[in-house]
Each structure stands twice: as C-alpha cells, then as structure tokens.
Write a protein that binds this ligand. Structure first.
Ligand code: PLP
Length: 376
C-alpha cells in the first residue's frame, strides 16, 4: 500500500488517521440496503456501545452527519414537556442552548466560568430551587473550547438523586477518556467518528439507555431526520439507517474501532496524555500559558493565551506552521485571545516535540523568544 502524506492535525478533529483507516474506505461499490452492509453497521453499533456500556441496557443509534447532529437529535427528541438544564461553560454548552432555543424547549441555562471547574453545589441549588420540574440535564464532558473536563461522575450522582435524565456531549472525550454510562448514570451520550476514534468525518452517533429510548415511543415529535426513536426503531428492526448512510466513512469507522480495541482506551489516553505533558512543558519553556488548571484539564485540547508581542499574528503563525506540516486551530473565547492545540489522533509525543521546535522557530522570528537565546 502506498504511504499517504502525513499531516499532523493539531485541530480538535477530524484528527490525523492511520493509512489503514484511510484505505479502509476503498471498497467495492455496494448498495447500503444490502444485508451485508447492514451487518457492518450492526457490528459498528455494537462495538460503539461496548466501548462505554453494556449491550443489555444500552444501544447505539447511528446517523449520517457531523457531531452536532447527534447532540441535536438527543435534545430535539428526548425533552418532552419537562424542563432541561443546560450546563454552559464553553462554546459547545452554548451550542446546546442554541439548539434548545431553536426547538423551543423549556430550558434553564446554568452558566459557569470557561476556565474553572463548575460549582456542583450551585448546580444542585438551581435544581432544588427550580419552580419547574427538571426532567433532563445536558452537559459537555470535555469542553473543546478550552480543554476543561466537566466532572460528569458527580453530576451523574446529582441527577440520580433528583431523578433527572443526564445527557452528555462526549464528542471530544469518547474513545480516550474512559466512560461507563451505567455507573455514571448517563441516559444519552453524543459522539462522532472523527475525533478520538480516529475515524473519518461523517458519522454521528448516540449511545442511549434502551428503556429511556422505548419511553420516547409516545412522545410528540419535534423533528424528522434526526428523530432518535424512529432511527432506533428502524435500525433495530432492519439493521438499516432510515436514510442513505455515509457508506465509505462507515467502513473506515469499522477499521478505526478495530484499531482502538487493539490499542485500548486507557492506553490511547496514556498516549494522548504523554503528548499533552510534552506540549504544556514545551509551551511553558517558551513563556506561553494555558488557561485551564492541570487538575481540571482533559489533556486532549489546550487553549493557550496568544503571545503578547507586536509581531504576532494568528494567521501568520498558522501559515508558518501549516507549511511545515502542522495544523493549529484558532481560539473560541470571547474575552481572551487564545489559540488551540489538540493532541488527539494518530500522533505521538515525538510529533509534539517536532511541533514545538517549529513553534519556537516562529516565536524566535517574531521576537517573542529573544533571537540570540539558545533553544529552550
Ligand atoms: C464537545 C463538542 N460538541 C460538539 C461538537 C460539534 O461537532 P461537529 O463539528 O462535528 O458538528 C464538537 C466539535 O468540535 C465538540 O467538540
């Protein structure tokens, strides 16, 4: 097999993939309505469920779409007449608020600082004091805006105490940070094919508690394409998505799951963590700061304060690094000037070391690191 040019993607997904995952897409044409393809989707659904839960109580519903489709499917399908609490401490918490607004859901926003662990006592007070009956709570696991890791285990216990169904956007944690849905009391979880799973973009999925799904049968529908119950029912009866699936992306996802199982989730997270420590130690040597404390950090994506230096320009830094094979990502915070570096995908701490060398060359060129200073 010909080796494909390797780009080091330091954006938070789609991530750098192995050549074997890329080549898994090159298959004979097949009509996705064939049984043979149905079995492939069924095995993908089963394996995804197994990564975070058990097959007796949970199942995975696949959609063609980007990750937001999975989040939107859950929010627009499961919240009936009750009230939803949305934890908002970053752009993806805000996105859930925007989705809830678009579907005119009854919701209460619990906003919390973007760079600090959320106050679970305050969250409990909001739930306890609410005049409305809270039926659901939605939270992002790893806030990709900053790398802040929300403590879903503690929030899960809170939801258990108040009999609230917890919804978790695990887009940028799934496949790396260990999750156990039953133990953590998660009813619905959203993720996609192209981040820590190291697959190709195009598949969004929801892992859901079967009893909760069944209870949606009589719920008034607000949506059509993304209707979670309809997609679940049709798939469980036919092993087919209701509408055309992204065929080749699914072949790649099957391969990516095999590779994840070979590596192991804990081991993948250990690899990512090693890259992360290399990254944050490196930027600290250059005098750059990341905004989330180590103890609250996901070790997956890092929001870094931009260099305070006249010669600095994000686009220029991006282009400088891009031409050297590294793709970095802009920040997403309103009040702080940041850029982001993700350390996911088929990369190692060695790649991060090469990136740091290129970054230090750039910082030297703009005078942020004194030109005559020896390499740090
Ligand atoms: C936490 C989180 N939620 C949702 C999304 C949206 O995913 P997509 O851009 O694939 O729709 C992302 C993407 O980065 C994310 O990190």
């Amino acid at each position: 097999m010909r080796t494909i040019k390797r780009n080091i993607l330091l954006n938070p997904g789609p991530a750098t993939t192995t050549d074997s995952v890329k080549y898994a897409q090159v298959v004979p044409d097949i009509c996705p309505r064939e049984k043979e393809f149905g079995y492939i989707m069924e095995s993908i659904s089963t394996e995804l469920t197994r990564l975070v839960s058990d097959l007796e109580h949970y199942t995975t519903i696949l959609f063609g779409g980007s990750g937001t489709a999975a989040v939107e499917s859950i929010l627009s399908s499961v919240v009936g007449e009750g009230t939803l609490v949305i934890v908002n401490n970053g752009a993806y918490g805000q996105r859930m608020c925007d989705i809830a607004t678009a579907f005119r859901l009854k919701f209460i926003e619990f906003s919390s600082p973007v760079d600090d662990a959320l106050d679970v006592t305050a969250l409990e007070k909001l739930i306890r004091d609410s005049p409305c009956s809270i039926s659901h709570l939605a939270v992002v696991h790893n806030e990709t805006t900053t790398g802040l890791l929300n403590d879903i285990e503690t929030i899960g216990k809170l939801c258990r105490r108040y009999q609230i169904d917890m919804i978790v956007d695990a887009m940028s944690s799934f496949g790396a940070i260990p999750i156990h849905m039953e133990e953590m009391n998660i009813s619905y979880l959203a993720a996609s094919s192209n981040k820590n799973l190291q697959g190709i973009a195009g598949v969004a999925f929801v892992v859901a508690h079967k009893t909760k799904l069944e209870s949606l049968k009589c719920q008034k529908t607000r949506n059509y394409y993304l209707n979670l119950y309809a997609q679940y029912k049709y798939f469980s009866e036919t092993f087919q998505m209701r509408f055309t699936p992204p065929v080749q992306t699914l072949y790649a996802l099957k391969k990516a799951i095999e590779e994840l199982k070979q590596e192991g989730i804990k081991e993948r997270y250990a690899r990512y963590s090693k890259s992360w420590y290399t990254l944050i130690n490196g930027i600290a040597r250059f005098g750059l700061k990341h905004i989330v404390d180590k103890k609250d950090h996901s070790k997956i994506i890092t929001s870094i304060l931009e260099p305070d230096c006249e010669g600095y320009d994000f686009e220029q830094m991006h282009d400088y690094l891009y031409s050297r094979g590294f793709t970095i990502y802009p920040g997403k915070l309103e009040n702080l000037n940041t850029f982001r570096i993700a350390n996911i995908g088929n990369i190692t701490s060695k790649d991060i070391e090469s990136f740091l060398k290129a970054l230090s060359d750039y910082l030297r060129e703009i005078g942020f690191i004194p030109r005559n200073e020896p390499h740090r």
